[in-house]
Design a protein around this ligand. Structure first.
Ligand SMILES: *Cc1c(COP(=O)(O)O)cnc(C)c1O
Length: 416
């Protein structure tokens, strides 16, 4: 194995167009939210999310309550999720189903509205919510199912939407990692009643801190603008629909500034190139582990590589391995760290978190969420990475496995 210089876990990527748009946003003289660049970004996503190349959208639109996606730029995905919680009207005593294996924000947004969080387990084949066990968690008090498309891989949306319609529940898609990806060709974020995207520095497309609310269900569209604009009907006023604006509902200050929107616009110009490069890097990992000269070695050490359901597109947000045990994962992380490669674990099951336990939400037994907590290992993946970097990381993982196997062989020889 060749020695590698430091390969960080992530490096924020810049297209080089950001500064020009930011300067232009200053020249335009409108620096708060809902200006030129905000509208450009929102329209970009409204168009993208409305695409349906395979004409599969009818799978979800039979009820007639969904229109074209309406997008509102926010300061983060967490903010967009908080808007979802306000819009869905959850209150004290209502229950919201959330996967345990996710980022805090998916649950927090609803908990701060007073909801009781009911944690769901992950699937056996990927960390997404196990839809086959969903109905067991539904009670008379359930109002919302918040799902997460982990690593940009779609949840089983047909099953989830069927269950939601049967029990009249709001579906919120946490699309923080799900930009530019789809379920049977339908963009993720356009299927649930509401969805939230992230443009945090760690995501495929970034503007430092930023997010997007998507409203698909017609019944939330008018209120969404009010929640976005601090409880006022200011958006309607600017469109000339009312002659004064005032306090008409619940809300907060969720708008991103024009500077943030201009930064994001600079990224969106190159979204196809960014996605293309990420997919090449992801495939390079996949091929190295699946078809490399030591193709059986991961298997023989109990490590699995990602498997995508046939309905899911791959936006290459994360490349992960699922190790046999937490001890094995820790050894690999340490082995790579010595070689200047920064690999890392991911979420800690939320049902074991201090906050969940304190609230009495920690009683579930969720073996898959715990397995991903202990065993999921994320490898470096960022746009300025080269295919050679990826090969170095993959080689280092394989070297570790060979050396650890030799260690066992040496020990048994010594004992004879
Ligand atoms: C990153 C992330 C968030 C939070 O996004 P912010 O924009 O930082 O608020 C929420 N949910 C998931 C699944 C994430 O990966």
């Amino acid at each position: 194995m060749r020695n590698v210089d430091s390969i960080p876990f992530n490096k924020p990527y810049f297209t080089g167009l950001e500064m020009g748009f930011i300067e232009d946003s200053f020249r335009r003289g409108h620096t708060s939210g809902n200006g030129y660049y905000t509208r450009m970004c929102q329209q970009f996503f409204e168009k993208k999310l409305n695409e349906d190349p395979h004409q599969h959208r009818a799978l979800f639109r039979s009820t007639g309550i969904f229109g074209t996606p309406k997008c509102l730029l926010t300061t983060s995905c967490t903010d967009a999720l908080e808007m979802c919680a306000i819009l869905s009207g959850v209150k004290n005593g209502d229950e919201v189903i959330v996967p345990s294996y996710t980022f805090v924000s998916t649950a927090l947004a609803f908990a701060r509205q007073g909801a009781k969080i009911v944690f769901a387990d992950s699937r056996l084949d990927n960390p997404n919510i196990d839809e086959s066990r969903l109905e067991d968690l539904i009670t008379k008090r359930t109002k919302v199912i918040a799902i997460v498309h982990y690593a940009g891989v779609a949840c089983d949306m047909e099953k989830i939407m069927q269950i939601a319609r049967k029990y009249d529940l709001v579906v919120v898609e946490d699309c923080a990692q799900a930009i530019y990806t789809s379920y049977k060709g339908i963009p993720l974020g356009s299927i649930g009643d509401l969805a939230a995207f992230s443009f945090h520095e760690t995501k495929n497309i970034q503007c430092g801190e930023g997010g997007l609310l998507v409203v698909n269900n017609e019944k939330f569209k008018k209120d969404a603008e009010i929640v976005w604009e601090k409880g006022t009907n200011r958006s309607q006023f600017f469109r000339g629909e009312v002659n004064k604006y005032g306090w008409v509902g619940n809300g907060s200050s969720f708008l991103a500034s024009e500077c943030t929107a201009a930064f994001l616009w600079g990224q969106l110009q190159k979204i196809d190139e960014i996605q293309h490069q990420r997919r090449i890097l992801w495939r390079t990992y996949y091929k190295a582990f699946k078809y490399g000269s030591d193709d059986a070695i991961l298997d023989s050490h109990g490590i699995s590589i990602p498997s995508l359901p046939t309905y899911a597109y791959n936006n290459a947000h994360i490349f992960y391995l699922v190790c046999r045990s937490i001890e094995q994962r820790t050894e690999i992380i340490n082995y790579l760290a010595v070689r200047g490669i920064h690999a890392t674990f991911h979420y800690l099951s939320l049902h074991h978190s201090d906050f969940a336990v304190k609230n009495g939400w920690g009683n579930s037994v969720l073996p898959q969420a715990d397995r991903y907590t202990d065993c999921l290992l994320r490898l470096p993946l960022y746009n300025s990475m080269t295919a050679e970097d990826v090969t170095s990381v993959a080689d280092a993982v394989v070297s570790y496995l060979k050396e650890s196997a030799l260690g066992v062989a040496d020990l048994s020889a010594a004992m004879i």
